[in-house]
Design a protein around this ligand. Structure first.
Ligand code: 5RP
Length: 232
C-alpha cells in the first residue's frame, strides 16, 4: 500500500476550506493574517464568483490587499458586528487558549476577534498543544517609547523577552514586538491579564476565551473542536 504523507501546506489548505463552509451570503468577515489564512482568502474568490457577497475587516495590510484582490469589500472603518472571524494560530490548547502574533498582527487580530460573534481558528496539527501553550514564545506588541522599561516590567512577571529583529521590527501600527519565553503557561488567562496591565504593552499574543471553534488538519483529516456555541 502507498500511504502518501499530507504536507503542512495541504493541512493548512484543508483547514481553510472547512472554514469556507461557514461563509454565507452577506456576511461580514474578520480576516486574519498568515499562511493558513491566505488559503482561506484565496478560496473566497470562487464564492464571490458564484455571487456570494462578502464584506470584511482585515487584521493586516497584507491580508487587506490579498482580500481585495479576490473581490472582498474590505472596510476600513466598520462599526460592527462582525459575523465570523477566521484566523490562524501559532499554538492552541484543548480549551481554546491561543498564542498569536507570530506574523506580528496580534493587536488588530485581537480587536477583530473580540468584536466577532464567532471566531474560527484554522491550523495544521503542529499548532495543537495537548500539554499546554508557551513553547512558541509569546509575542507582545510594545510602544517604542521607553520600550526597555516595558520589557523590564514584563520580565518581572517571569519571562525572558527578546525584541524581534533586534528592535527594528515594526507592526502595521508602528510598534515593536517582543517575543517572550515564559515556559509552558499554567494559567494563560491570568498571564494574559498580567502582561496586558504593564504600561507600554499595546497587546499580548495570548488569546483566551475568544475562540468559538477550530478546524485542525492532520494526516487523518480535519477535526472540529468546539469551544462555544456558534452564534447565527
Ligand atoms: C499572525 C498570526 C498568525 O495567525 C499565526 O502566526 C499563524 O500563522 P501561519 O498560519 O502562517 O502559521 O497570529 O499574527
Amino acid at each position: 500500500m502507498n500511504f502518501r504523507t499530507v504536507t503542512p501546506e495541504e493541512m493548512k489548505k484543508a483547514a481553510a476550506l472547512e472554514a469556507l463552509k461557514l461563509v454565507r451570503d452577506g456576511m461580514v468577515l474578520g480576516i486574519g493574517t498568515g499562511s493558513t489564512v491566505n488559503f482561506f482568502i484565496d478560496a473566497l474568490k470562487d464564492l464571490i464568483a458564484q455571487g456570494v457577497r462578502i464584506r470584511g475587516v482585515s487584521t493586516s495590510f497584507e491580508s487587506s490587499e490579498r482580500a481585495r484582490a479576490v473581490g472582498v469589500n474590505v472596510e476600513e472603518d466598520y462599526t460592527g458586528p462582525i459575523d465570523l472571524d477566521v484566523d490562524g494560530a501559532d499554538e492552541m490548547d484543548a480549551s481554546g487558549n491561543l498564542v498569536k502574533g507570530g506574523g506580528g498582527a496580534l493587536l488588530r487580530e485581537k480587536i477583530i476577534a473580540y468584536n466577532s460573534k464567532n471566531v474560527c481558528i484554522i491550523a495544521d496539527e503542529s499548532k495543537f498543544k495537548a500539554n499546554g501553550i508557551g513553547t512558541f514564545r509569546i509575542p507582545v506588541e510594545v510602544l517604542p517609547y521607553l520600550s526597555q522599561m516595558t520589557r523590564n516590567q514584563v520580565e518581572k512577571i517571569g519571562g525572558i523577552c527578546i525584541f524581534r529583529d533586534n528592535g527594528k521590527y515594526r507592526t502595521d501600527n508602528g510598534n515593536m514586538v517582543m517575543d517572550c519565553d515564559f515556559g509552558i503557561i499554567k494559567n494563560p488567562a491570568e498571564m494574559e491579564n498580567k502582561i496586558k496591565m504593564v504600561p507600554g504593552v499595546m497587546e499580548v499574543g495570548l488569546f483566551c476565551g475568544l475562540a468559538t471553534l477550530a478546524f485542525v488538519a492532520g494526516q487523518d483529516g480535519t477535526r472540529t473542536i468546539n469551544f462555544k456555541n456558534f452564534s447565527p
